[in-house]
Design a protein around this ligand. Structure first.
Ligand SMILES: NC(=O)c1ccc[n+]([C@@H]2O[C@H](COP(=O)([O-])OP(=O)(O)OC[C@H]3O[C@@H](n4cnc5c(N)ncnc54)[C@H](O)[C@@H]3O)[C@@H](O)[C@H]2O)c1
Length: 284
């Protein structure tokens, strides 16, 4: 897709980080957009920002880890703009923690937002896009954590590998039916956003303040590591442009950190040679 003027974009996680950058790029291209986030004040701020850039935007406070809320998102898009051309399944959280400690509610939470929100949105938006027949593009935010693995965050890796696999599988099926819909999967390394403050976005149904895990040294250690890696990542301002370059060029994998290419190649080579995860080799 190269012509964006007047197209309709739906952006989840539009209140912070990547979502804001994507919304700004949509505004620059004179697109209309539906901005969705679980944090009402944050998504309103993004709406005001893109409106100040001349864009037409609708905001929705919604928890996209719930099918009903995703249905609302799609319905509101059709009610306001009559079509969906670009779907950015971007909302996500990065929950670290060892599998023998991380409470199961956190697994349920991360799977529901990082994977199921993308499943729900594609399930509901693709029939609309197929009916339209016009060029459409779906961009799922995964991570380089969906292409490689490391220690300390099995839940994040699991969901991001799922997002990559989901994107690849859906892309095959859309090709099989000659759909006018492209798919891309965004796989960045660490970027300076609000990602380490994920606890702020914990939906009520996963809350468990009385659980001692959230006061443990292990929890605090993982929080500190998350803060370090996110705050020392690359600046966020190049992400929107990387995404739109990929949409224009119809690139499937959007890789923003060339530094990880060696690790991706090494993982594939190790797999073919039957070599398993080696912490010493990972640490280099
Ligand atoms: N920042 C990084 O280093 C990095 C790297 C690779 C991938 N990612 C991925 O990028 C995506 C965006 O993250 P970010 O870095 O911009 O973080 P961020 O925390 O700055 O933004 C994420 C947004 O998603 C929203 N959100 C969270 N749960 C939600 C829910 N249930 N329903 C609706 N909205 C919800 C949050 O309120 C927040 O505004 C995530 O999927 C993340 O995993 C981030």
């Amino acid at each position: 897709m190269k012509d964006f003027k007047g197209k309709v974009a739906v952006i989840t996680g539009a209140g912070n980080g990547f979502g804001v950058e994507i919304a700004k790029e949509c505004a620059i291209r004179n697109m209309k957009m539906v901005l969705v986030d679980i944090e009402g004040e944050d998504v309103e701020r993004t709406k005001k920002l893109v409106e100040s850039m001349g864009a037409v935007a609708v905001s929705l406070t919604a928890d996209v880890s719930l099918l009903e809320e995703v249905k609302k998102m799609v319905d509101i898009t059709i009610e306001n703009f009559g079509q969906i051309d670009l779907l950015f399944n971007n909302a996500g959280v990065a929950i670290p923690g060892y599998i023998w400690e991380l409470p199961m509610r956190d697994w349920d939470w991360i799977v529901s937002i990082n994977v199921m929100s993308q499943v729900y949105a594609m399930n509901l938006a693709i029939p609309i896009m197929l009916k339209q027949g016009t060029p459409c593009h779906i961009i799922n935010t995964a991570s380089v954590a969906g292409l490689i693995t490391s220690d300390g965050m099995p839940a994040y890796h699991t969901t991001k590998h799922a997002s990559v696999a989901l994107s690849e599988s859906v892309s095959y099926d859309l090709q099989k039916i000659n759909a006018n819909i492209k798919v891309s999967v965004l796989c960045p390394g660490f970027v300076q956003t609000d990602l380490h403050h994920y606890e702020k976005h914990r939906p009520e149904r996963f809350s468990a303040v009385e659980d001692p895990y959230y006061q443990s040294d292990s929890f605090k250690m993982h929080q500190a590591i998350a803060e370090h890696v996110v705050t020392t990542g690359i600046p966020v301002d190049s992400i929107g442009m990387s995404v739109f370059n990929a949409i224009e060029d119809e690139d499937f994998y959007i890789l923003t950190h060339p530094i990880y290419s060696t690790l991706i190649g090494k993982r594939v080579k190790d797999m073919l040679e039957g070599k398993g995860p080696d912490l010493k080799a990972l640490r280099g």
